[in-house]
Design a protein around this ligand. Structure first.
Ligand code: HH2
Length: 332
């Protein structure tokens, strides 16, 4: 039976234990998780050495950003229908202004998308997605922060990389368009592999898992193996459990609780929970724009679980929250 190991983490400067992924958190304990078994706290020396090595090794920089401290990824959707900012930044000039604002507010990297993947969203043809994203990327590529292209399509990723993007964020983990893997391998850029169950059009209909955390873990492990087999260097892979993508509220909460287990895959972890529906459900906020406080709470939880990249809409608020957390932990 496979065992999985979730590190218990502390930001306290007085805590002792190995550093998680060479960052600012210490591993102060470990929980062992197995299918069909009660969870159990184990000693650090009971963790297999290959897993311990993956938990502790300093991650390689992603798109030029060192991974020894938490980073903010600002969201820019150049779409008419994204659930939160749809229609606001379709005009390239408005997109550029917003991009600059997010950078001034503290975004370390921008994630630009031209296709909404919200529940129920329809597919956008590649030409349309390129027409939305490439000019915006070209316009802001000179503005000194790295850019990630949020797409499932190789043609869109290729046009974005040519326009100046430095990373690919694929919410289908290369399962939508097989041509994305060889492209990323050839261009030697980082790729984020995200877990999703089903397609955006139907994914929220009836998501089911045997064990949500371990199913997502196994899926990501298999996708990493696939990426490596396609020639993508493991050091260029970022992973994401895909909050809200084919998950019920309970699935989301379980994944957030268990988040640190994913460090066992040895890659930087990205978390995208900003303004998502479960925040509105628990926080009593129907409008996406009213979900900022809950989004910050989830982001800080993620950072406390060692998340290296937090994908956020509200860069100013996120930067302030993160600065306070790091200063109190004496990591400012
Ligand atoms: N969430 C969304 C889009 N892309 N990428 C990653 N890696 N992780 C996520 O959680 C994630 C993502 C959905 O949010 P948003 O871009 O705000 O909305 P929409 O898909 O409607 O454009």
């Amino acid at each position: 039976m496979s065992s999985y190991f979730r590190p218990l983490l502390s930001l306290d400067a007085a805590a002792s234990g190995p550093k998680l992924a060479g960052g600012c958190l210490r591993i102060v304990g470990v929980e062992r998780i197995e299918r069909g078994q009660p969870r159990r706290l184990v000693r650090l020396d009971e963790v297999p050495s290959d897993i311990m090595q993956r938990l502790t090794a300093l991650r390689a920089p992603v798109a030029g950003l060192s991974m020894d401290r938490p980073r903010l990824m600002g969201i820019l959707n150049v779409t008419p229908d994204s659930f939160s900012d749809g229609g606001k930044f379709l005009d390239p000039e408005a997109a550029r202004t917003h991009a600059r604002r997010m950078v001034a507010e503290g975004a370390d990297i921008l994630d630009i998308g031209g296709e909404s993947t919200r529940p129920g969203a329809a597919l956008v043809p590649a030409e349309e997605e390129i027409a939305r994203t490439a000019p915006v990327i070209a316009a802001i590529a000179a503005d000194a922060v790295p850019i990630s292209i949020d797409t499932r399509k190789a043609a869109v990723a290729s046009a974005a990389l040519a326009a100046g993007a430095a990373m690919v964020n694929d919410v289908s983990a290369m399962s939508f368009d097989a041509a994305i893997a060889p492209l990323v391998a050839r261009k030697a850029v980082p790729i984020c592999l995200m877990h999703a169950q089903g397609d955006p059009a139907t994914m929220q209909d009836a998501p089911r898992y045997d064990h949500v955390t371990l199913d997502v873990y196994d899926y990501l492990e298999a996708r990493i193996a696939e990426a490596v087999a396609a020639g993508i260097d493991r050091s260029r892979i970022v992973i994401d459990p895909g909050i809200g993508f084919g998950k019920t509220l309970e699935h989301n909460l379980t994944l957030l609780r268990d988040l640190a287990v994913f460090h066992g895959l040895g890659c930087p972890v990205l978390l995208g929970a900003s303004r998502k529906r479960f925040i509105g459900t628990i926080g009593g906020a129907e409008a996406a724009s009213d979900r900022v406080p809950g989004s910050l709470a989830v982001m800080l939880h993620g950072v406390a679980q060692g998340v290296q990249l937090s994908r956020v809409h509200d860069t100013k608020e996120a930067r302030q929250a993160l600065s306070l957390m790091m200063a109190i932990g004496d990591h400012g």
